[in-house]
Design a protein around this ligand. Structure first.
Ligand code: HPA
Length: 274
């Protein structure tokens, strides 16, 4: 059995052999936010099944492929379909692509997701710039032997979401007339949605939104010193806020409604990346 670095190196060598350029920015596309990929020019699509050592996606509506190409003049690598812990993946698998991206030479990552709004000033369809996260309910992806060549045993998380990139995102939103909200994203494992009591508790802890992804990837990216920008699409109000049940259909539907705004914002941010 190959060790982690041997597997990563094998995957990186494969991707280096395929990609015409080393991307500057990786973009993880959240549920229902995949149409950004269609704006990427000179596209190269690589299904996960073809990539050595890559995990496989199981969720309906989550296609599994990497899309490399040029977005507004910059080389990007988009991940359409991510790996969730609730699918039964190990944390090692959930964060494997992030480690591959870093070892491929990518220093920047935009992480997107669909999230439930806890802050009652938010409405479904809003976009939220992630200012920080709460990882208490997330198994830490760095648990276990530390791959020292990737990063330190005890990585700093005091500015997980890059201040300079957040400023760029806010400026871009302003220019586009998008009311970009800001807030703290809290991770919950899923796949069941939270209970109203859990949402009350999370609000008390300082969370503005809740979702089932992103935090493992961000911890791993920061471990390796990547610059991170995170944006949530608020697809629904979190459990107990409105007097009605939550559904995955609602998440996907609202995601689709916000997709155009979301793609415009990400494109503008990529253009203005420093
Ligand atoms: N809870 C958790 N994850 C989510 C939600 C939610 O309300 N909406 C979209 N992803």
């Amino acid at each position: 059995m190959k060790n982690l670095m041997e597997r990563i190196n094998e995957t990186v060598d494969f991707l280096k052999g395929k990609l015409v350029a080393i991307p500057q920015i990786a973009i993880i596309l959240g549920s229902g936010l995949g149409n950004l990929a269609s704006l990427i020019e000179k596209r190269q699509e690589i299904p996960y099944e073809e990539i050595p050592n890559f995990p496989r996606t199981t969720v309906v509506g989550h296609e599994g492929k990497l899309i490399a190409g040029v977005l507004r003049g910059r080389n990007v690598l988009a991940m359409k379909g991510r790996f969730h812990y609730y699918e039964g993946n190990s944390m090692d698998d959930v964060v494997y692509p992030i480690r591959v991206f870093r070892c491929l030479g990518i220093g920047n990552i935009i992480v997107t997701n669909a999230a439930g709004g806890i802050n009652t000033n938010f409405s479904p369809g809003d976009l939220m710039l992630i200012t920080d996260h709460i990882s208490f309910f997330c198994e830490n992806p760095l648990r276990g032997e530390n791959p020292d060549n990737l990063g330190p045993r005890f990585p700093d998380m005091s500015e997980a979401y890059d201040r300079g990139l957040r400023k760029i995102a806010l400026d871009c939103a302003g220019r586009l007339g998008i009311d970009l909200k800001q807030g703290v994203y809290s991770y919950c494992k899923g796949p069941s949605f939270e209970t109203p009591a859990e949402i009350k508790a999370l609000r008390f802890l300082g969370a503005d939104a809740v979702g089932m992804s992103t935090v493992p990837e961000v911890i791993t990216a920061r471990h390796m010193g990547m610059r991170v920008l995170g944006i949530s699409c608020i697809t629904n109000m979190a459990s107990g806020i409105l007097e009605r049940p939550l559904s995955h259909e609602e998440v996907i539907e609202t995601g689709k409604m916000a997709e155009e705004k979301f793609s415009a914002l990400i494109s503008e941010i990529v253009t203005n990346w420093d």
